[in-house]
Design a protein around this ligand. Structure first.
Ligand SMILES: [Zn+2]
Length: 399
């Protein structure tokens, strides 16, 4: 193969090699020789690529390990003191923040339960910015950037429609939060999309093809096909909660009737079970309350009806349940399974695997932070040029 000459090409090669090194590091700490094996690069190339990452404090070197053959090795790992990504979430009944390292480990996390259905934007921003500052201060680390998840459709940074937190509709919420934090920017996406992404980056947790269903007051889906989030033509894909399962059925906050959210959403479950809050439902289920069990099972059937249609169309083999659904999985899953068994045409040939998300309730904020770590790992020059003093709030560690 003849390589094109010139510095542009060399820069591209170096970027590609740095990406390969960072991806290899995601598999865990390793010596330069092991990293050479993981990447297919030479040990000398690994050493030269790692040098600026060590200097910048992104990677760190362990003490010498004597392997018994050849020279002792010094494994490289992501530094616990390296800058971090912040994932934040505004949802119907809570705000949450997670501080994530480049390798996907959590440095700090906080969550506040509160009803945001009638809360104004200024109040939401004030509370979330305060929660972010507190979580970041707890971690003691510098922020690389901020990702924000919202319970609505997002297009070009604007929340186009957020039926359950209507104050967000029409707002460039990322810009507002960036201004409150004095940060250059905050990336925004739909919460189910981001929760799905958390199962793809920085670690593949559910294969290449799956649907993540987020169940709270709203119901949303993140559809991953071939390892990539399917966003649709304009970014509006995955609105599973507004798939109609009963023509002319119950009125929905979106303005339509018979949407799955009105049968399988948390509000519908609580109303049918006769509870006000999720913890009351959990207690009743634990005590074997038949009305609560039946309400959750019926909700599972309603979701399963819509999911079966989705799977008939996009042929995914795995469904992950997140949000509140994960917390009532044992009671919820049988109803879903029954509908998938009868409604998915290929079910006999290829059964659909149904599981609770392994990331639990942190999936959304981890995915929001993943937007940032993904960008930095794919554009490693940004990591090497990162200047914490230019990033947020005028805070500085270089006194
Ligand atoms: Zn609807």
């Amino acid at each position: 193969m003849t390589l094109p000459p010139g510095p542009v090409h060399l820069r591209q090669v170096r970027t590609g090699n740095l990406q390969a090194l960072l991806r290899a590091m995601l598999e865990g700490p390793a010596s330069r020789a092991e990293l050479a094996q993981r990447t297919g690069l030479t040990k000398a190339t690994i050493a030269s690529l790692a040098e600026p990452l060590l200097r910048q404090g992104i990677l760190t070197e362990d003490p010498e390990v004597n392997t018994g053959r050849g020279r002792p090795s010094r494994p490289l790992r992501f530094s616990d003191a390296a800058p971090v990504a912040i994932g934040a979430e505004i949802n119907v009944r809570h705000l949450a923040v997670s501080v994530q390292r480049l390798d996907g480990s959590t440095a700090a996390t906080r969550r506040v339960d509160l009803d945001n259905r009638r809360r104004g934007v200024d109040d939401l921003i004030d509370r979330l910015a305060a929660l972010i500052r507190a979580t970041l201060a707890e971690s003691g680390l510098e922020p690389l950037g901020f990702g924000l998840a919202v319970p609505g459709i997002v297009h070009d940074g604007t929340v186009v429609h957020a039926p359950n937190v209507p104050a967000l509709t029409g707002v460039r919420i990322g810009d507002r939060l960036a201004a409150a934090l004095a940060a250059p920017m905050v990336e925004v996406d739909n919460e189910a999309n981001l929760a799905a992404l958390a199962h793809v980056w920085p670690h593949r947790l559910a294969g290449d093809d799956f649907v993540y269903v987020s169940g709270d007051v709203g119901v949303g889906a993140g559809i991953v096909l071939g390892g990539t989030l399917f966003r649709g033509g304009s970014g509006f894909a995955g609105e599973l909660g507004h798939v109609i399962i009963e023509r002319g059925g119950r009125p929905c906050s979106c303005g339509s009737h018979g949407c799955v959210e009105q049968y399988a959403g948390l509000q519908a479950i609580l109303a049918t079970a006769g509870h006000q809050r999720l913890d009351q439902l959990h207690n009743a289920l634990r005590d074997g309350d038949t009305r609560s069990r039946s309400a959750v099972n019926c909700a599972g059937s309603a979701l399963g009806t819509a999911l079966a249609s989705l799977i008939n169309i996009c042929d995914v083999a795995t469904v992950l349940l997140g949000g509140s659904y994960a917390t009532v999985f044992d009671e919820f899953a049988p109803g879903v399974r029954a509908e998938l068994g009868t409604g998915v045409l290929a079910a006999a040939r290829r059964p659909v695997a149904l599981a609770a998300s392994p990331l639990g309730r942190d999936a959304v904020t981890r995915g929001a932070a993943g937007l940032i770590t993904h960008r930095y790992c794919l554009t490693p020059e940004l990591l090497l040029e990162f200047d914490p003093n230019a990033t947020v709030d005028g805070r500085s560690t270089t006194a």
